[in-house]
Design a protein. Structure first.
Length: 88
């Protein structure tokens, strides 16, 4: 965000090359489905949930094996455990 199309593409391509090198782990955050990197193998998706406050799930990237398959789903109870805090 905030870059023109050419510079945005340059930054995304650079991040993708770094990720494809296999020597670096990337955590890439985006709010749009169009800004994707081919080196990303898994997605953590967050969604508001009226009952629990939020739901998160992990899925394989659509280009990889079993693409787009959800294999782990988390709710507020699970997400709050590492912080030793009860859900609100």
């Amino acid at each position: 965000q905030g870059l023109d199309d050419a510079n945005s593409r340059f930054v995304l391509d650079l991040a993708d090359r770094v990720g494809m090198s296999g020597k670096t782990t990337l955590i890439y955050v985006t709010h749009t489905e169009t800004d994707t990197l081919s080196c990303i193998t898994h997605h953590l998706r967050l969604s508001p949930n009226r009952e629990t406050g939020s739901t998160a799930w992990v899925e394989r990237a659509s280009g990889g094996p079993a693409g787009g398959q959800t294999f782990k789903k988390f709710d507020k109870q699970v997400l709050s455990k590492p912080f030793q805090a009860p859900p609100k």
